[in-house]
Design a protein around this ligand. Structure first.
Ligand SMILES: O=C(O)CCC(=O)C(=O)O
Ligand SMILES: [Fe+2]
Length: 337
């Protein structure tokens, strides 16, 4: 969702890149049968895709994923409108952001970010900010209520099968958008100036959910975001820590340092802010249910020159809903000097 509205775009690489093969825990690119065979047949064999039947299943899975992606944006636009017309809110009070939803310690971080530079930590943790403490329970209830409402929902991405899109649900406009505009923008600008933190102009908000019998963990990945905030909504689970590693594509930062990683214990109501391109995963839960609210924040200034998924100049494709934060700059917006 663009903070100031307007036409949404995705990069055409969405139709061929970053296809997640859950069974083999890998992301693949599919351009043609020949390219796929050359690039992945051997690797897939090593990961246990031994028989022709298993390989055929992989190809079928990819074909249906590409078809799903081609139909996705129209479907999402229709669903968003339908939920707008029919969804009965469980807690109407939480749909518009109010200051009491946020922890007072969070305001001082925002004030610090506005007045001086925050320390640029490895990945900065709003530790003890305790924001949204009372809100956590209400938010989980609202998300569960939405989840159990009639009509199909769009999953936030191919890796998370048990979350919902807050944008489709209708919760983003009044709650997430002002949270970003009023509070998160100065923090992102202060902490991630070189990653587009100062020019965030769109976002995608969704929940993720892990429980015994369903998804337990999330494989290592980086986000389609310049800056991500991940807010823990509940504490009734064991395990499930977040693990962070290197910045994808930043070999210089990493040279000679080996595969360092940092595991982070996430407390209820706390937000962890990290560079979208930092590799991360959610470790398996061993008990209970873990629900988090994730906001992928994007900067068109950064991504209009390089798509973070294909690392090329984006090839823009107009969509009726939920773009990826690319924009077409108006010819009138340049300044003459
Ligand atoms: O489970 C989590 O907290 C991580 C979620 C995440 O990284 C994502 O959805 O991009
Ligand atoms: Fe992520």
């Amino acid at each position: 969702m663009l903070l100031k509205g307007g036409q949404e775009y995705i990069c055409s690489c969405f139709f061929k890149r970053n296809i997640f093969l859950k069974r083999y825990k890998m992301h693949v690119t599919f351009e043609s049968q020949d390219q796929f065979q050359d690039q992945y047949r051997q690797l897939l064999r090593m990961k246990g895709c031994a028989t022709e039947k298993q390989y055929k299943d992989v190809l079928e899975q990819i074909t249906s994923e590409i078809e799903r992606r081609r139909a996705l944006h129209k479907l999402t636009a229709d669903r968003t409108q339908r939920f707008k017309d029919t969804y009965i809110k469980l807690h109407p009070d939480i749909w518009i952001l109010k200051e009491p939803f946020l922890d007072s310690r969070f305001f001082s971080i925002v004030a610090d970010a506005q007045s001086k530079s925050l320390d640029n930590l490895l990945f900065s943790i709003l530790d003890n900010s305790g924001n949204i403490t009372d809100m956590c329970k209400l938010l989980i209830e609202e998300i569960e209520n939405f989840e159990s409402s009639p009509h199909a929902k769009t999953r936030p991405n191919t890796m998370n099968e048990y979350g919902v899109s807050l944008d489709e649900m209708g919760l983003s406009q009044g709650l997430i958008l002002p949270l970003i505009q009023k509070y998160l923008l100065p923090i992102c600008a202060s902490l991630f100036p070189s990653w587009g933190g100062g020019t965030i102009d769109s976002f995608k908000a969704f929940s993720v959910k892990y429980e015994m019998g369903n998804d337990l963990q999330l494989a290592t990945h980086y986000d389609n975001a310049e800056v991500t905030i991940n807010i823990n909504l509940g504490d009734k689970y064991e395990g499930g820590n977040l693990q962070f590693g290197r910045i994808f594509g930043d070999e210089e930062e990493y040279e000679g340092k080996g595969e360092e990683s940092y595991t982070c214990d996430h407390k209820k109501g706390h937000g962890i802010l990290h560079c979208g391109r930092r590799m991360h995963s959610a470790l398996p839960i061993t008990q209970g249910m873990r629900t988090n609210l994730v906001i992928w924040m994007r900067s068109s200034t950064v991504r209009n020159t390089q798509c973070p998924m294909c690392l090329s100049h984006p090839s823009l494709h107009e969509v009726p809903a939920e773009g990826e934060g690319f924009t077409i700059q108006s010819p009138w917006s340049c300044s003459c000097t």
